[in-house]
Design a protein around this ligand. Structure first.
Ligand SMILES: NC(=O)c1ccc[n+]([C@@H]2O[C@H](COP(=O)([O-])OP(=O)(O)OC[C@H]3O[C@@H](n4cnc5c(N)ncnc54)[C@H](OP(=O)(O)O)[C@@H]3O)[C@@H](O)[C@H]2O)c1
Length: 284
């Protein structure tokens, strides 16, 4: 996921829509970038941000970082300036060992200018609650975490303050009810979900994704795809070494979630696609 470094920002070639200027620096792009208002008052708008290799893999050697380039990293951090909350699955938190979500002063200032808190809420989805309190985000006394879980347990003691949203149905997390609780209890209107693939699959399956920011990396990775057997609700164990994850994991979606292309940018052969899901899938 990498740190933020201040230097000349990347320039994106705008392929679609054709009404936009041909080239945009990151700052000009950011000025145009908005999350749409939520489709309903009942839950926040959910934007998913993922990177995939050209052959559909979400990881290389168990990490997403090697798939990215500078422009992707800049966009990754830029997107965090937009939402009320950033959400990840527990395994991504364990692997990537997140730091505070918005570190750069100019990004924090941009959020405040936009009427947001300097730091978004950090939401972690976990059934096991097995998270190392030494993960920098959890060890940050200023961090505000919300843990979405079907469990009655708690995290080990952390320096960060932790709230719990406990929504279980038949022992499994009820994600739709959890998202509704984010809106109702915390006033969260927008969530940027950064994966991983299993959380992404659960969100798509629940009809909770409103838009998808997809970076398509010009790399072919191969490696057998670790998958969840159809009908299995429990989260699978860590994928075996050398196995890759598909960009979205979990049970087959039938019918598939339909996407509509909103915009398409290019930088150094990386494609940056922004898709909207079609209601009613995203309307729930
Ligand atoms: N390409 C990308 O854009 C991208 C993005 C993010 C991450 N990644 C990579 O993907 C890997 C991690 O992804 P992953 O798919 O294995 O894991 P993940 O989706 O990050 O997290 C899965 C974990 O989240 C919790 N969880 C997710 N959905 C849940 C649900 N519906 N109910 C209850 N708990 C739920 C469970 O936590 P517990 O285990 O605590 O119960 C589960 O084991 C890492 O290698 C990371 O580097 C890639």
């Amino acid at each position: 996921v990498g740190g933020y470094c201040a230097r000349v920002p990347a320039t994106f070639r705008v392929l679609l829509p054709r009404t936009e200027p041909h080239e945009l620096g990151l700052d000009a792009f950011l000025e145009r970038l908005r999350l749409e208002p939520a489709r309903t008052e009942r839950r926040p708008r959910v934007a998913l941000n993922m990177i995939s290799s050209a052959d559909g893999r979400a990881t290389m050697d168990g990490r997403s970082g090697p798939l990215g380039n500078r422009a992707d990293r800049e966009l990754f951090h830029a997107l965090r300036t937009l939402p009320d909350a950033v959400m990840v699955g527990a395994r991504t938190m364990r692997v990537e060992r997140y730091n505070r979500m918005v570190a750069a002063e100019e990004d924090r200032a941009r959020r405040v200018r936009g009427g947001l808190e300097a730091e978004p809420w950090s939401c972690i989805v976990s059934a096991s609650l097995a998270l190392d309190p030494a993960i920098p985000l959890l060890a940050d006394a200023d961090a505000r975490l919300i843990v979405l879980t079907p469990s009655e347990g708690t995290l080990p003691p952390t320096a960060a303050s932790v709230e719990y949203v406990r929504t279980a149905r038949e022992g499994q997390l009820d994600l739709a009810a959890a998202m509704a609780a984010l809106r109702e209890r915390f006033g969260i209107r927008s969530v940027l979900c950064e994966g991983g693939p299993h959380l992404a699959g659960a969100l798509f399956a629940a009809g909770l994704v409103d838009e998808l920011f997809l970076t398509l990396a010009p790399k072919v990775v191969a490696g057998d795809i670790a998958s969840t057997p159809a009908g299995t609700k429990a989260m699978p164990a860590e994928p075996p070494r050398g196995a890759a994850l598909a960009m979205v994991s979990g049970a087959h979606l039938d019918p598939p979630v339909a996407l509509r292309l909103h915009s398409l940018l290019e930088c150094d052969s990386y494609l940056f696609l922004r898709y909207l899901t079609a209601p009613p899938h995203g309307a729930g």
